[in-house]
Write a protein that binds this ligand. Sequence first.
Ligand SMILES: [Zn+2]
Length: 183
Amino acid sequence: MPLFEIGQEVWVASWGRTEYREVCPDCGGSKKAVITLFDGNSYDVACGNCSSGYNPPSGTIKLHQYAARVLLMTISGIRTGCGMGGVEYQLDYSGGSCWSYKDTDVFLNQEDAQVRAQEIALEKNTYDHDRFLQKEKQDRTWAWNVTYHRQEAKRALQSYRYHMEKLGLSQEAEAKFPSKVKK
Ligand SMILES: [Zn+2]
């Protein structure tokens, strides 16, 4: 059953966030990791934890700091029996935006909303920090990258030797090769 009614002013437990950067826990800001394969050879590889997409690693990770925030809002709609079976309130915030909040985050007085808002901020900060420390499968990806590049380099070297031989050039002719191509 809804505790509040449409048109009523209530305090809502919410949060605000600011962005900050932390030194990457995998590479310690060096932007690279060393992978040692079974044969004892070590390779420097670009850190996969602090790079996003095709961008090179930055040595830092973007994180968010969440802070408790309470808002005075007016209830403009009530939905019951949705999701987990709880009550959801639609609330109008000054500025014309409409948000919806679960009944567990809506309160009659500001102090109760503040307590809940602090809980939410703590949960979010803990979650973000735990994810920051998780390495997931990065090590495997890096090892796979090293194996891949090693195979490709070997293949390219074999191909290079083959074509040099077909051209009747020794491998030592490599340095002179560009001038021969120009003719
Ligand atoms: Zn890194």
